[in-house]
Design a protein around this ligand. Structure first.
Ligand code: FAD
Length: 374
């Protein structure tokens, strides 16, 4: 019998929902505490790599996802010239196994809808408007304290509450995300017919110009620049101006931007909680435990891998003791570290203007690493 009967999860993002499905499928009582008042309908696109798809396949939602998203297995490189000249098209490593595409682009709210639906079908209770502000562990059980003072008791509490994790702070882990020096503009736009994979352009007015198809008619486009204060600015106008360096599909993307496409701006951050991710009966996973710039699009993949490994260990173990947490660290910490460090390194080479960096070597090393099941 599993060591735990009742698990509380803080956060209904990719990591929280994935852990919830797997635990509930094993007969464990699972409750998610989510601070928002309902499912989010906003959000741009996301690039899901094969190793993330392997976990979603394990949840049994692969077909639903592929029906909504846009699958591809090559990566294009374009020049920052008026034609957007294609320099190379590379076969991507299928990190989730040969039966899965190397990449699936999706609209974030559609992805969340599918995983949330699967969790509800598995019997997971999602309590919205439940803002966790404290954690109390008495050795026998752990309580999540909500902003209205109410407490909810569990055998284990999983902090899947994202990059600014309150759970992380409440259990005394002081690691916080730090800016890596880059900022990203993202816009969700109509997909020009010629966009059938991610194409990246290095150089021009930005460090990186890229896009990812997310469905039959949709895609998201992004531009990476030096991190700066972009509050209270006209994002569509700035993104349109920055995009003037780029040709090919960017000509259509600029038209969508000029027509007022929704644009958002975020700084890249990185952090890794170095050491065990638990304190007593509380453990953090996903962005709560680590974050990285999306230079190799591995954030969500690492988050759902954490969730799957943790669920497997909690289901398999008949006692909740240090061996469980040691096994969790052994399987997650170094893998997450390699991904975070490589993601930061790629950005740093660009910030430092290094032109002879072994980018393909680094990308191959990480792809081969994450190709091994988590
Ligand atoms: C600009 C950018 C682009 C990215 N692009 C990609 C990409 O293309 N591919 C990729 O794999 N990854 C990408 N990532 C990373 C990816 O988005 C994250 O790694 C992933 O979403 C993390 O999921 P999570 O479940 O850990 O956290 P989140 O998705 O952040 O979920 C946390 C949840 O917890 C809830 N919550 C927070 N605090 C509380 C509280 N106190 N009480 C209750 N609920 C709470 C939140 O409302 C939220 O629902 C990108 C990240 C950024 C910043």
């Amino acid at each position: 019998m599993a060591a735990v009967e009742k698990v509380g999860i803080v956060g209904s993002g990719a990591s929280g929902l994935t852990a919830a499905v797997l635990l509930a499928d094993a007969g464990i009582d699972v409750e998610i505490l989510e601070k928002t008042d309902g499912p989010s309908t906003l959000g741009s696109g996301i690039t899901l790599q094969g190793n993330a798809l392997r976990i979603f396949k394990q949840l049994g939602i692969r077909d639903q996802m592929e029906a909504k998203g846009f699958a591809f297995s090559t990566l294009g490189l374009r020049a920052p010239d008026p034609d957007g000249t294609v320099l190379a098209v590379i076969d991507d490593i299928r990190t989730g196994g040969e039966d899965l595409p190397s990449t699936l682009g999706m609209n974030r709210p559609e992805l969340a809808d599918i995983v949330r639906g699967r969790a509800v079908d598995a019997g997971v209770r999602i309590r919205y408007s439940s803002h966790v502000t404290g954690v109390k562990d008495d050795g026998e059980s752990v309580a999540a304290v909500l902003s209205d003072g109410a407490t909810r008791h569990y055998d284990v509490l999983i902090g899947a509450d994202g990059i600014h994790s309150r759970v992380r702070r409440e259990i005394g882990i002081e690691t916080e995300p730090e800016s890596t020096g880059m900022g990203i503009w993202r816009a969700f736009v109509d997909r020009p017919e010629e966009v059938v994979r991610t194409d990246l352009t290095y150089g021009g007015r930005c460090y990186i110009a890229g896009y990812c198809p997310t469905g039959e008619h949709s895609m998201y486009a992004y531009l990476v620049e030096d991190a700066q204060d972009r509050h209270d600015v006209d994002g569509s106008r700035i993104m349109t101006e920055l995009a003037t360096s780029y040709g090919g599909p960017w000509n259509e993307i600029r038209k969508s931007l000029e027509a007022g496409a929704r644009v958002n701006y975020t700084h890249f951050t990185a952090h890794l909680v170095d050491g065990p991710w638990n304190r007593g009966r509380t453990v953090i996973i996903g962005d709560a435990a680590h974050s990285c710039p999306p230079t190799i699009a591995q954030g969500a993949a690492m988050a759902v891998e954490d969730a799957a490994v943790l669920a497997e260990l909690l289901i398999e173990s008949d006692q909740l003791d240090d061996a469980v947490w040691q096994a969790f660290s052994a399987r997650r910490l170094e893998r997450a570290r390699e991904v975070v460090e490589a993601s930061v390194q790629l950005g740093q080479w660009m910030l430092d203007g290094v032109t002879d960096a072994d980018v393909p070597g680094l990308l191959n090393r990480i792809s081969n690493r994450v190709k091994e099941p988590a």
